[in-house]
Design a protein around this ligand. Structure first.
Ligand SMILES: Nc1ncnc2c1ncn2[C@@H]1O[C@H](COP(=O)(O)OP(=O)(O)OP(=O)(O)O)[C@@H](O)[C@H]1O
Ligand SMILES: [Mg+2]
Length: 331
């Protein structure tokens, strides 16, 4: 199951319904729209309505895909989803020849010569970018920098001149498709230093309005944790504070992400445990979920993180023990 809930009505942040082969995202009640999120969504919608493609750039778990789907649901058009892939060639976006149709003509009048004429016609199968441009869909190209830059070249004329160039169809006279006026595009990407991410060509970046996304503010993270896990608000506050504190300690201060908050919240809700220092089950879940992100902080080859996690839980969940809180802060 994918994280944004395709196929899972209950957990979906954006519900997806398929009508006539098209995907229609619908706003869902589990989408959290705090003032911060709303401002971002409104700004994006405004740029799109003015005809500009928008690009959400940010590290993992900052809510890029979720926001893209949410904004697309507000545009009220079918959505075409593409996920960037290193294996992509241009035909994966545009389409390609899929076999051929053969027709045979037998000349019955000249009996002496059996004349056969075979006509081979290639069958062109549209691929998703072509379909989206023709229909006026909202294109969400998720993690587009995972595709090699040359695979994305077709987008340059789509976004610049509103023309899709299909050179392989030029012979049949359909080498160009005029992009439907309702066509809009939203892109997401992770930073270039992420594994498997390509550098983007400047020409494409030049056509996009790039919005940098960091982690949501504390209030939004708490609201998302409650909405996505069903945990009590007081527990969500503790979980989010622990995760935010650990972001400052690890080698990568983008992690742990909101996904860790949601995971801890869901497990807690299922176990009917509470986010308290004296709840052994809670401490165990925190260590297991948060350990991978923080394991790189070592002393003498030993990971310091289980101990760090315990200290942070204690600091966040037992504020009355001020002397401990001070020690953690100074560590
Ligand atoms: N506004 C929101 N309302 C509800 N849930 C949200 C919201 N924003 C993010 N989330 C949740 O946070 C998690 C991370 O969000 P998302 O998958 O959109 O991040 P991302 O930036 O696309 O991450 P990645 O770069 O790893 O793909 C998801 O579980 C998503 O459901
Ligand atoms: Mg994503």
């Amino acid at each position: 199951m994918s994280d944004h809930g395709f196929g899972s009505a209950s957990a979906a942040v954006v519900r997806i319904s398929s009508v006539d082969d098209a995907v229609w995202p619908e706003a869902s009640e589990t989408f959290v729209a705090t003032p911060e999120v709303k401002e971002l969504a409104d700004r994006t919608l405004m740029y799109l309505q003015a005809g500009y493609p928008v690009h959400f750039s940010g590290s993992a778990g900052t809510g890029k895909t979720t926001l893209a789907l949410h904004v697309a649901s507000n545009l009220g058009r079918p959505v075409t989803l593409i996920h960037g892939d290193d294996e992509f060639g241009s035909s994966d976006l545009l389409g390609s020849d899929q076999g051929y149709r053969k027709s045979k003509l037998v000349d019955n009048f000249i009996h002496s010569v059996l004349k056969t004429e075979e006509e081979m016609k290639t069958l062109w199968m549209d691929n998703r970018l072509t379909t989206a441009c023709r229909n006026g869909d909202t294109l969400i190209y998720d993690e587009f920098t995972r595709s090699r830059p040359e695979a994305n070249n077709a987008l340059l004329s789509v976004l610049g001149e509103h023309i899709l160039n299909l050179p392989k169809l030029r012979r049949t006279g359909s080498g160009y498709v005029e992009v439907h006026p309702e066509f809009r595009a939203i892109f997401t990407s992770n930073p270039e230093e992420y594994a498997g991410v390509h550098k983007t060509q400047d020409a494409l970046m030049d056509r996009l309005i790039t919005i940098s996304m960091g982690h949501h503010d504390r209030a939004t993270e708490i609201a998302i944790t409650v909405a996505r896990s069903g945990v009590l608000e007081a527990d969500a506050e503790a979980i989010v504070d622990i995760v935010r504190e650990l972001r400052g300690i690890g080698v990568n201060n983008h992690r742990p992400t909101i996904r860790a908050c949601i995971a801890i919240g869901r497990i807690l809700a299922r176990m009917q445990a509470r986010a308290r220092w004296d709840d052994a089950a809670f401490r165990m879940v925190c260590r297991d979920v948060l350990n991978t992100d923080t394991a790189k902080v070592t002393r003498g080859g030993e990971s310091l993180m289980p101990q760090k996690i315990d200290e942070v839980i204690q600091k966040v969940c037992a504020p009355q023990r001020k002397h401990l809180a001070r020690r953690v802060g100074g560590a």
